[in-house]
Design a protein around this ligand. Structure first.
Ligand code: IPD
Ligand code: CA
Ligand code: CA
Length: 342
């Protein structure tokens, strides 16, 4: 199978399988895995770290001049100024892994000048390999992937991720959840965003949305979606999602319907908006892809604290404010409180 693949994709597959072997071995004796909390509810194990080191070793051995952005070690390894950036989540779904819930994956993407060109998501519990090269389709093992053909959101199965970190805006999420829940056939939250996007590519989900994700959670999965004929973007339906901490994906019809529901909840700040006047400006990615990575790293923690303090209602209006969740109206007897403006 791999003979005809792009050499960089082949290297990524080799790296993902090396990490998968480490994860599978550790899964046999979870009691011996040491768990450390990075923050409340956000865990890392020595398996994440060993898997990440294995991935980076394989990648840098083949491409020593490339840059690396990895969840656990950041940009500490690899070149600093390459046009090629490997974006790595060595174990997506760590909480599942710790509990022996077999939904987790290794996620590796290669971006060239900010565009994801190669992608691998490896599910070691099932030995399922999702991979894609830009312009050459997305595959699960040897099978070509296509997004679903469903056209009605009301009949659709939608994936999502729940907020779980201290400081996440739970109220905002619950409003989105309520909104989407009422307009679809079912919502699922397995717990590994990289796989969630592969499930959209495979047509198992018709759509997906989540907030608070990092580039390593979604870079590889995003190429699977587009190469399988799907669409992916931020809550206003634009392509600027990798560093924006809000993502929606789906087959083209369902993507449009999800965007319609989620646009009121966007936190993306446009380049022509006065950033300084808005707390969430710290979360803004810039247009130039290389800078976007730097901006993301520099502002990730500031963005997290802005999210932690962001109110549910609109803050003081910037020149062109993003649509905010409206403060719910006082419930009228016998009627539910009003939802966000659409
Ligand atoms: C997590 C998973 C999860 C998502 C979280 C991520 P991790 O990744 O992708 O589905 O909801 O936001 O942090 O921490 O297990 O690599
Ligand atoms: Ca992750
Ligand atoms: Ca991870």
């Amino acid at each position: 199978m791999s003979q005809s693949l792009n050499p960089m994709l082949n290297t990524a597959i080799k790296a993902a399988r090396a990490a998968g072997a480490i994860i599978n071995r550790a899964s046999l004796d979870l009691d011996r895995v040491t768990v450390t909390a990075k923050s409340h509810n956000d865990f890392v194990t020595e398996v994440d770290q060993a898997a990440e080191a294995a991935v980076i070793d394989v990648l840098l051995q083949a491409y020593p001049g490339h840059a690396i952005l990895a969840e656990e070690s950041g940009r500490s390894r690899g070149a600093k100024d390459s046009e090629y950036l490997w974006i790595i989540d060595p174990l997506d779904g760590t909480t599942n892994f710790i509990h022996g819930f077999p939904v987790y994956a290794v996620s590796i993407a290669l971006a060239h000048r900010g565009q994801v060109q190669q992608a691998v998501v490896y599910d070691p519990a099932r030995n399922d390999l999702f991979y894609a090269s830009k312009g050459r389709g997305a595959f699960l093992n040897d099978k070509r992937l296509r997004v679903s053909k469903r056209t009605r959101l009301l009949e659709s199965l939608i994936g999502t991720g729940f907020p779980f970190r201290k400081g996440d805006n739970f109220k905002r999420y619950l409003k989105m959840f309520e909104e989407v829940m009422q307009h679809c056939a079912g919502l699922r939250r397995p717990g590994a965003a990289a796989l969630d996007l592969c499930y959209v590519a495979a047509g198992w989900y018709d759509g997906f949305f989540e907030t608070g994700l990092n580039p390593w959670d979604i870079a590889a999965g995003s190429l699977m979606v587009t190469e399988a004929g799907g669409l992916i973007g931020n809550f206003t339906g634009e392509s600027d999602f990798l560093y924006q901490r809000e993502i929606v994906a789906g087959n083209p019809k369902i993507y449009g319907q999800l965007v319609n529901l989620l646009t009121p909840y966007t936190k993306v700040i446009k380049d022509d908006e006065p950033k300084a006047s808005h707390a969430a400006a710290t979360a803004t990615a810039v247009a130039a892809p290389a800078d976007a990575t730097e901006a993301f790293i520099a502002t990730a923690s500031a963005a997290a604290s802005a999210e932690a303090t962001a109110p549910v209602a609109a803050p003081a209006a910037p020149k062109k404010p993003p649509v905010r969740v409206r403060k719910p109206a006082a419930p009228v007897k016998g009627k539910p409180a009003g939802g966000p403006r659409r």
